[in-house]
Design a protein around this ligand. Structure first.
Ligand code: XMP
Length: 517
């Protein structure tokens, strides 16, 4: 399969670049800036995009992997497009002069096109673009041709005379650059000569093939949560190996109200022959006792999940034969945010299904490991999965444990479950309900003063968190109606014992994350 590599220099839009390529029908993958590429790895790579990043290009940036990689691209005649930091990096690599600081440009600015050719073909004399930089390229060596200037005369776009290197100081990947998709499309189709038309649905056959080849005539124990990812993954595995998939749903004691029953009913309706619920609440709560640190909670929960799966596999083996594989619904951002794709991306949260203990015996099968969430939904639609399953809001593997600040206890879970059930009941009335990505409650273990009847109370706080997002990599706050928010807050504070205050989280991601812990 043809692909574009996006090299991640730590820019906030790296995923967006990758997404845009896929939207334009070209498969793309993100790799860390520290990856040293080889000839073999680059066989199907039609082009490379160097992302933005927070640093200044120094001599050190031009050593090691970046130098080796750019040299290799040139040798193999693989076109490269540098964006922002990537633009400066490529220019400097070729001997251009950069200026640090000076005249920063942030937000929408006007670009003066000097030559409407190459990646800027078809553009007008001036175009609006989105900039976010303080360093700039101030002149170019002979073999680089300037294509556009920023308002203060700095080089805002260039191409090399041999047609392989291209740079843009602005961000074509963001929606605020109106001709951005046009520019990226020119790079992908004209410069890199990508021919194939990639769609997530077109991956179904190759995913099924991957599962068949991996599993052979073995059995798969499928970690099933009832969420979109593991449900779509289960369908794909069933498509590949039929009823040799055994869906195992772990009731970890950290679930939302009614969740277990909902999932059991849905899997029954979807006709999975083997669906098993494991009651493991006691075990999880025991393991979590006294743990406050969210990453520690994740680690403990992840290990306990694997332990439960391993034990179940051994138990089922007595009846059905050897279980060699564990199916998981891991998707692309899980791997990237957990830094499973390279060490340059800082670990933000170690998603439970990515970091696996080394004592684990089952081998992992992850049919969705290269897809983004909305791509998973598209695949799910093509497979005929019921809409109500595909539209379910994501729910994290560590469940309510990462929505409770401080130690997880039965009492705290009870409070959070009640509050969350009220929120879910209320929020469904909101006019913007269908655009919510995730809406949930968080329990803060801090006490504030309140008054109930004539009594002073000193109780905990519930946070309402509701966000809109496309793939959880970034998120903005839902604009819920005041009426709905006030109704939810009033009911929670009045009906949930132990809560006397409700607040609404107004922070987007970044700088916050969607979950609080
Ligand atoms: P954050 O909080 O990182 O969340 O902005 C992004 C998305 O990931 C979910 N999430 C998790 N999912 N294990 C999971 O399976 C985890 O440890 C985890 N942490 C966050 C979160 O609900 C959101 O959809």
């Amino acid at each position: 399969m043809e692909k574009i590599l996006v090299i991640d220099y730590g820019g906030q839009y790296t995923h967006l670049i990758s997404r845009r390529c896929r939207e334009l029908g070209v498969y793309s993958e993100i790799i860390s800036q520290d990856t040293v590429l080889s000839h073999e790895y680059l066989v199907n790579v039609k082009g490379v995009i160097l992302s933005g990043g927070p640093r200044t290009v120094t001599k050190a940036e031009l050593q090691g992997p970046i130098r080796e990689n750019i040299t290799l691209f040139a040798e193999l005649q693989i076109p490269a497009l540098g964006i922002c930091f990537g633009h400066q990096l490529l220019a400097k690599f070729k001997g251009a002069q950069l200026e640090a600081g000076g005249n920063p440009e942030y937000g929408m600015t006007n670009l003066k096109i000097i030559r409407a050719e190459g990646i800027l073909q078809g553009l007008s004399e001036t175009e609006n673009v989105w900039m976010s930089h303080s360093d700039q390229v101030i002149n170019l060596p002979d073999d680089l041709v300037p294509l556009a200037e920023s308002r203060d005369g700095h080089i805002a776009a260039f191409s090399s005379k041999d047609g392989f290197l291209h740079g843009v100081q602005f961000h074509p990947e963001v929606a605020h650059t109106p001709k951005g998709m046009h520019i990226l499309e020119l790079f992908l189709r004209k410069i890199c000569r990508c021919k194939e038309h990639w769609t997530p649905e077109s991956q179904i056959d190759s995913i099924v093939k991957y599962v068949k080849e991996t599993v052979g005539d073995g059995l798969v124990l499928m970690g099933t949560s009832g969420g979109v990812d593991s449900t779509v993954a289960a369908y794909l595995i069933r498509k590949a190996i039929g009823d040799r998939i055994f869906c195992v749903f772990v009731d970890n004691g950290l679930l939302r109200l009614g969740e277990r029953e909902d999932v059991e009913t849905a899997f029954n309706e979807m006709g999975f022959k083997h669906f098993i619920t494991v009651d493991a609440g006691e075990l999880f709560l025991d393991r979590l006792k006294g743990i406050e640190d969210p990453e520690e909670k994740r680690k403990v929960i992840a290990e306990t999940f694997i332990q439960v799966f391993e034990e179940k596999a051994r138990e089922l083996e007595a009846i059905h034969g050897k279980f060699e594989f564990l199916g998981q619904g891991t998707i692309y951002p899980d791997r990237v945010e957990s830094a499973a794709t390279g060490k340059a991306t800082a670990v933000i949260k170690s998603h439970h299904n990515v970091r696996l203990p080394d004592w684990m015996q089952l081998k992992v099968v992850e049919p969705l490991k290269d897809l983004y969430k909305d791509e998973v939904r598209q695949v799910g639609e093509t497979l005929g999965i019921p809409e109500y399953m595909l539209q379910r809001q994501p729910f994290p593997g560590p469940s309510l444990a990462i929505r409770i600040g401080g130690p997880v206890t039965r009492e705290q879970l009870e409070i959070l479950r009640k509050a969350d059930a009220i929120l879910q009941e209320t929020i469904i009335e909101d006019p913007s309900y269908s655009s919510i990505w995730q809406a949930f409650c968080v329990l803060l273990p801090i006490r504030t003063v309140g008054v109930m009847g004539d009594e002073r109370t000193y109780d905990q706080v519930i946070v309402i968190r509701s966000v809109e997002s496309r793939d959880a990599m970034t998120a903005s706050v839902s604009r819920l109606s005041w009426n709905v928010l006030l109704k939810a807050a009033s009911r929670i504070a009045n009906e949930v014992k132990g809560i006397n205050r409700v607040v609404y989280d107004l922070t987007s991601k970044p700088p916050a994350t969607i979950e609080w812990y």
